[in-house]
Design a protein around this ligand. Structure first.
Ligand code: GUN
Length: 286
């Protein structure tokens, strides 16, 4: 029987644990604070930012949102980040991506103080992750790793893991985390030769390519565990449907376990943002 990995339930439990630890921290006089910065009015980003704020409040954090006009200058945005860097009541800073084209996103990300970089996107945190030092780790790959470790009883040693996709936000940090867990890691991407055969040899497949239902049954070896990071909107009979990068129905019988879309990896991302903010608050306590 294929197991459906319930990311929604796992995320709810993680938020409960975070709330308990937050209560404890508050009793010691520290309230974790998360600042989320949104530039412009991208509808998807607005939904994400609203949910981040709402869930921050639910676990007992201080939550602040800065909504800036799409025409804001890079200098003004960098000024705001400096203010937040210096604000002791703020432990985590997140600038929702993408930012408008006239702003250099690298400059913005690297302006965030590394100890407050709860996305884990800054050069220092990326470097730390890749040399196995303690760092703040990108939320989505962190969530995938938690789900995998839970499924495998805490130990991923020696598993053959194939990561589909090489983005800085998911693919690359995912590979680094799996390597840290002593997996044998392959990163496959659009230029990989015979990607289907590469993928079929995996015990663990993490799909993060942004292409609806690309991964078919023939890609998944008998008994593999499939983690689907994709969130794609497609049109089915005139209705919008949310699907992953994996063709769920097609793959289902081959997999030992699989994350659904929605309700798999998605809810883990914000839960891990809260986890990182709590970690950042504890680290800054000294
Ligand atoms: N936009 C899409 N995903 C993310 C993310 O994980 N963090 C930020 N800051 N922006 C995003």
């Amino acid at each position: 029987m294929t197991q459906i990995i319930d990311g929604k339930a796992f995320a709810a439990k993680l938020r409960q644990d975070i709330k308990q630890q937050t209560d404890l921290l508050k009793s010691q006089g520290i309230t974790p604070g998360l600042a989320v910065v949104l530039v412009g009015e991208d509808p998807a980003s607005q939904v994400y930012v609203r949910n981040k704020g709402k869930q921050s409040i639910e676990v007992g954090f201080k939550s602040i949102e800065h909504k800036l006009d799409a025409t804001v200058s890079q200098a003004e945005l960098l000024d705001l980040i400096q203010q937040l860097n210096q604000d002791d009541s703020i432990h985590g800073i997140l600038v929702q991506l993408p930012v408008p084209k006239h702003i250099d996103d690298k400059a913005v990300i690297n302006a965030i103080a590394p100890e407050k970089d709860v996305d884990g996107f800054s050069q220092l945190n990326v470097g730390r992750l890749n040399i196995g030092e303690q760092s703040l780790v990108p939320c989505t790959p962190l969530g995938c790793t938690m789900l995998l470790k839970d499924y495998f009883g805490g130990d991923l040693t020696g598993k053959n893991a194939v990561v589909l996709g090489r983005s800085n936000i998911v693919g690359k940090p995912m590979a680094a985390l799996l390597l840290q867990e002593s997996c044998t890691v392959t990163i496959a991407h659009s230029k990989t030769k015979d990607i289907e055969t590469v993928c079929r040899a995996a015990d663990i497949v993490v799909a993060a390519v942004g292409r609806p239902q690309m991964v078919k049954k023939s890609w998944i070896g008998e008994g593999a565990v499939v983690i689907d990071v994709g969130i794609n909107r497609i049109d089915v009979d005139g209705k919008t449907k949310l699907v992953g990068d994996v063709d769920y129905d097609d793959v289902f019988d081959n997999a030992a376990a699989i994350t659904p879309v929605p309700g798999g990896v998605g809810p883990m991302t914000i839960a891990c943002l809260l986890y990182n903010t709590l970690t950042a608050a504890k680290m800054q306590r000294g």
